[in-house]
Design a protein around this ligand. Structure first.
Ligand code: ADP
Ligand code: ADP
Ligand code: MG
Length: 668
């Protein structure tokens, strides 16, 4: 049996593996870079080894450093998590040479599946349906056009060594095929040092549905149902669920059996994922690729199968046979995962870094309404999100007996999740959870692009929601007024009287209300006679509170901004002003503050390092031209000119770190 596991990873997945190892009575070793000295995974492990500077290229993905840490601590097994070295065949081979158990598939399987062309050929031979297209390499743009014409447009041009959505282009005609071939080839060469390109049919209304497989070293391979991961932004998964609302039992079985056939064909063991693209119109599915590791979104499978995949991986690695068969695998209920990213949705999802001044996830475990919450995380309140790694902060999962109930539980859980100090996508996740299209399960990988064509600008409340929020603002104002009256009462015998009539204004909304205390609750009446009863235990300083409004309960984030009340709920953010009728009347006469004109400035949109400047003073730039590149969180962000102009002044220097809104250059 395995006695000590070194986890060659960081963040939430390192913490997740440590938890299971602990439960199994196995000691754990964490590895960490400079930036992760105080990280959660380090404090959770029994031992921790420093493996180098912050950039992962000098720490987490240096095989020798990991091997050194293994030797130093006497670990007898390594779990690679996902990302980093998890699909690196050299790493698995190096561990084998050391006599250390790799908690993952055999070297041969990693190699066979690491290349898209090879794996597609292998899949076709194993009887797996593959995307129609050309199975070989393409030498030049002319050949690319010929092949694309033959396949029929639209086509997908792909890099054989591709991953993370890079080196991929859609082409809708011959010209796009010619350009796309060149662009994909360049990108592939730069990103993977491998410019082999192939072309396949672009599947329309595509849904991404993947099968979890699990095998042992004695030849058994099972499928553990599917996950639907169609909610993606630039090929990065954002929301996943199990099962898929699209599959029927027969298709599930057919996909599962093909996934198992492929895994068997490469002698697979351990946990792995076979990704398929499903044609939403024709209901046909096609093999995309196999990920030979534990997948980010594995918790949804665990929630519906009741299995612990990390435990299974550890037992399989130790040589144990699986303790159950295909017929024992039962899918129970519905699970959804929302990936909480340190990306600011209001700034086109640019990565955001900084200190987590507040980090309060909802309580894990059973909720009052029969759901179960789980939150996999690698951070803590007061900790720092650095620019060196992936921007994923946590994975919030909700399980419930039905899809509708799971969505409702997820919506509530997102409302109860408090994160401050960094830009993050909680409001965006809430917005998706509450969209009719999401609720109806009509998903495609184009969902986000189609539903948010101009980006995300928050959810506009409808009349009913606006009234509820207005009533909450009035209730909060009542507490604030009462407190002010109590404090001012200390001077002489004076006692301030609190009025009954209040005008609430935010965005386009304007409500005239009148309040009345009723047995400790508050009745808020609107001008048209409508009335909402509000009940809460909100007190100044309380940043999150449950408000009972009419027959609903709303989990709302509250803060007082000057004399205004900021409320955040279900992706809606309002800054409400609650004023007496007389003050409201006078407020209309106040001048409106005009924002400074920054249209002639290029400001850094996120914290990061300026890695290149492609213009100089006097350069004439065209709209769309790249001006500078800022690197943050593994991503290169090209800053482009919004319109034609002449560069007047350059302020920032290459290699320097820039803060948000720091001046890079100015136009004439
Ligand atoms: P998945 O289908 O599981 O999302 P990906 O291959 O896109 O698979 O990547 C897995 C996860 O690991 C993603 O969240 C990605 O951002 C992250 N990841 C990939 N490479 C690295 C890396 N070098 N360091 C940290 N995280 C990484
Ligand atoms: P990566 O290794 O970058 O994850 P994949 O081959 O898994 O590459 O593709 C990533 C995503 O691109 C898929 O989830 C899907 O959304 C889209 N995609 C890939 N191939 C096709 C295709 N032939 N037709 C439509 N969409 C595709
Ligand atoms: Mg993929």
């Amino acid at each position: 049996m395995i006695k000590k596991i070194l986890i060659a990873n960081r963040g939430e997945i390192a913490c997740r593996v440590i938890k299971t190892a602990k439960r199994l009575g196995i000691s754990t070793v964490a590895v960490y870079s400079d930036a992760d000295r105080n990280a959660l995974h380090v404090s959770m492990a029994d031992e921790a080894v420093h493996i180098g500077p912050s950039p992962s290229s000098q720490s987490y993905i240096v095989i020798d450093r990991i091997i050194d840490a293994v030797r130093k601590t006497g670990a007898d097994a390594v779990h690679p998590g996902y990302g980093f070295l998890s699909e690196n065949a050299h790493f698995a081979a190096a561990l084998e040479r050391e006599g250390v158990t790799f908690i993952g598939p055999p070297v041969g399987a990693i190699e066979a599946m690491g290349d898209k062309i090879t794996s597609k050929q292998l899949a076709a031979r194993a009887g797996v349906s593959t995307v129609p297209g050309h199975m070989g390499l393409i030498e030049n743009a002319d050949e690319a056009v010929l092949i694309a014409n033959e396949i029929g447009y639209p086509v997908m041009i792909k890099a054989s060594a591709g991953g993370g959505g890079k080196g991929m282009r859609i082409a809708r005609n011959a010209e796009e095929a010619r350009e796309g071939f060149q662009a994909s080839r360049n990108e592939a060469k730069n990103s993977f040092g491998d410019d082999r390109i192939f072309i396949e049919k672009f599947i329309t209304e595509p849904r991404h549905i993947e099968i979890q497989v699990l095998g042992d070293k004695h030849g058994a391979v099972l499928y553990l149902g599917e996950r639907e991961c169609s909610i993606q932004r630039r090929n990065q998964k954002v929301i996943e669920e199990a099962p898929s609302p699209f599959l029927d039992e027969a298709t599930r079985k057919a996909m599962g059996e093909q996934a198992v056939a492929l895994a068997k064909a490469v002698g697979y063991n351990s946990a792995g994922t076979v990704e398929f693209i499903v044609d939403g119109k024709q209901n046909k599915f096609y093999f995309l690729e196999m990920n030979t590791r534990l997948q980010v979104e594995h918790p949804v499978t665990e929630l519906v199968t009741g299995l612990d995949l990390v435990e299974e991986m550890i037992k399989v690695a130790a040589g144990e046979p699986l303790s159950f068969g295909q017929n024992d695998v039962k899918l129970n209920g519905w699970a959804i995962e929302s990936r909480l990213y340190a990306e600011d949705p209001y700034r086109n999802f640019l990565p955001s870094i900084g200190r987590l001044t507040r980090y309060r996830p909802p309580a894990e475990g059973p909720t009052g309404s029969g759901a179960i919450l789980r939150n996999d995380t690698g951070v803590y309140e007061g900790g720092e999100i650095s620019m060196y790694y992936d921007p994923m902060v946590a994975k919030l999962c909700a399980w419930a007996p039905s899809r509708d109930a799971a969505i409702a539980a997820m919506s509530d859980a997102l409302d109860d999740f408090e994160v401050e100090g960094i830009g993050h996508n909680l409001p965006f996740l809430s917005a998706v959870m509450n969209q009719e299209r999401f609720r109806s399960g009509q998903l495609t990988t184009g969902y986000i692009a189609e539903e948010f064509p101009d980006g995300f600008h928050g959810v506009e409340p409808d009349q009913a929601s606006a009234r509820k929020l207005a009533a909450i603002a009035v209730a909060i104002n009542q507490v604030v007024q009462k407190r002010a009256a109590d404090i001012s009462g200390t001077i002489g015998n004076h006692r301030r009287r609190i009025g009954r009539d209040w005008v609430v204004a935010f965005g386009q909304w304007h409500f005239e209300t009148s309040v009345e205390s009723m047995d400790g609750d508050l009745n808020v009446s609107f001008a048209d006679g409508d009335m909402l009863r509000v009940k809460s235990d909100w007190l100044p300083g309380k940043t999150h509170c449950a408000f009972s409004v009419g027959s609903d309960i709303l989990g709302v984030k509250v803060d007082l901004v000057g004399s205004a009340i900021r409320l955040r709920w279900r992706g809606t953010e309002i800054v409400a002003r609650v004023r007496s009728p007389r003050i409201a009347e006078l407020a209309c006469l106040m001048p409106v503050k005009v924002a400074a004109d920054t249209s002639k400035l290029l400001l850094c949109p996120m914290p990061g390092v300026l890695t290149s400047l492609t213009v100089e003073i006097g350069s004439v730039v065209e709209a769309g031209q790249t001006l500078a590149v800022v690197e943050a969180m593994k991503m290169e962000n090209a800053l482009k000119a919004e319109r034609k102009g002449v560069v007047k002044r350059i302020e920032a220097k290459i290699g320097h770190s820039l803060a948000v809104d720091e001046l890079i250059l100015e136009f004439e």
